[in-house]
Design a protein around this ligand. Structure first.
Ligand SMILES: NC(=O)c1ccc[n+]([C@@H]2O[C@H](COP(=O)([O-])OP(=O)(O)OC[C@H]3O[C@@H](n4cnc5c(N)ncnc54)[C@H](OP(=O)(O)O)[C@@H]3O)[C@@H](O)[C@H]2O)c1
Length: 334
């Protein structure tokens, strides 16, 4: 099979395409013919060895010291089951599935345990759409629903509302019944409004930290803000959720606020679980979230896709079409 390889940490030029042995599914695994896979900030971090602050050493210990331990990159996929192991239940060859595999998705085939983060795609969703929603929604949902405990009628601020996680966080918060304010660049205001934000702050025009408003949940997807900046803008029992934890002071905030009955800082690393992907499928099926498919590239242009992600001037998820989509599908998601 054709697969991308990332032999060492570095720029997008380190990515190469190679022939690899097609993986055979073990007894508990299904093999997926990958049709589409996004390039996410997580993929970029692993390619670049970009683990910020106090995560620098831990990140390399976990992912690989001089280069990623998993040679084939790509953490999210959508495709068709083409073989199953003897003990697999719930999936059969021909099923359209999507999910999170940690690595191996930027290849023609991957194998995944049938109890891990894989679920059936909703009827009617294209491979690109399923691939697009998985990363952002499977992150936003546990953050807002479980850490933030967002309730109907609450006010939620999403910082980085047009980003990979943010554009789904806006939609998930709305789905949970919140009134949503998004913070984004001026040119992204219309997108964020179209995703369902009730109010949008263009960050060139106003600073949310000096606004008069208060929010029950402030979700920082930008990795730029700390609890101390959010505190004055939180309601009495409000929660500050952050995707990144790069400093000792951030850890101190988590520990200190864990014992406080008032405002809290919360962080986690989202673990890829099947129930989470099934929940994403449900949200996609009911139209509670809509995919924001951005530029699309064939697998051979994975390096270019990483450059486009890094340039930060596109709206939507950068998608690798491992199998060229049919013209009708491209038109539907364009
Ligand atoms: N903890 C977890 O389990 C978990 C899960 C998934 C992702 N992550 C991490 O979360 C981070 C975000 O991922 P992502 O895919 O959402 O990244 P992303 O697409 O780069 O989104 C970040 C957003 O924040 C915006 N931003 C940057 N600086 C800002 C500022 N000063 N004020 C307001 N907004 C600002 C960016 O805008 P511009 O485009 O203008 O820069 C962008 O829209 C990454 O570091 C990723 O590794 C963590």
């Amino acid at each position: 099979m054709r697969a991308a390889l990332v032999p060492t940490y570095g720029s997008p030029d380190t990515l190469v395409l190679a022939e690899r042995q097609t993986p055979e599914p073990g007894p508990r695994e299904l093999r997926v013919r990958v049709h589409a896979s996004p390039v996410t900030q997580g993929d970029r971090r692993i390619r670049a060895g970009d683990f910020p602050g106090i995560m620098a050493t831990l990140g390399r210990l976990l992912v690989g010291w001089s280069g990623p331990r998993a040679a084939v990159p790509g953490s999210m996929f959508a495709g068709v089951v083409d073989a199953v192991g003897a003990e697999v239940t719930g999936f059969a060859p021909g099923d359209r599935v999507f999910g999170a595999s940690m690595d191996g998705a930027h290849a023609e085939y991957l194998v995944i345990d049938h109890t891990k983060a894989v679920a059936h795609m909703p009827e009617g969703a294209s491979f690109a759409e399923a691939a697009a929603v998985c990363f952002g929604t499977s992150t936003a949902l546990p953050f807002l629903r479980d850490l933030g405990e967002v309730k109907p009628g609450q006010r939620v601020l999403v910082i980085g509302a047009a980003g990979g996680v943010g554009r789904y966080a806006v939609q998930v918060a709305r789905h949970l019944g919140a009134r949503v304010t998004g913070v984004c660049r001026r040119e992204q205001v219309e997108l964020v409004r179209a995703l369902g934000a009730d109010d949008v702050i263009a960050r060139e025009d106003a600073d949310w930290r000096v606004s008069d408003a208060q929010w029950d949940v402030i979700f920082d997807t930008s990795d730029h803000f700390v609890f101390a900046e959010a505190r004055p803008r939180l309601t009495a029992h409000g929660r500050f959720l952050t995707l990144g934890l790069a400093s000792w002071s951030g850890i101190w905030d988590l520990l200190r606020s864990a014992w406080s009955s008032g405002k809290k800082a919360r962080w986690t690393v989202v673990m890829d679980e099947q129930s989470n992907v099934e929940a994403v499928a449900g949200l996609l099926e009911t139209g509670a979230i809509r995919p924001v498919v951005g530029p699309r590239f064939p697998l051979a242009q994975l390096a270019e896709a990483h450059r486009v992600l890094e340039a930060r001037n596109t709206e939507g998820d950068v998608i690798i079409d491992v199998i060229a989509p049919r013209p009708r599908e491209v038109a539907a998601t364009a």
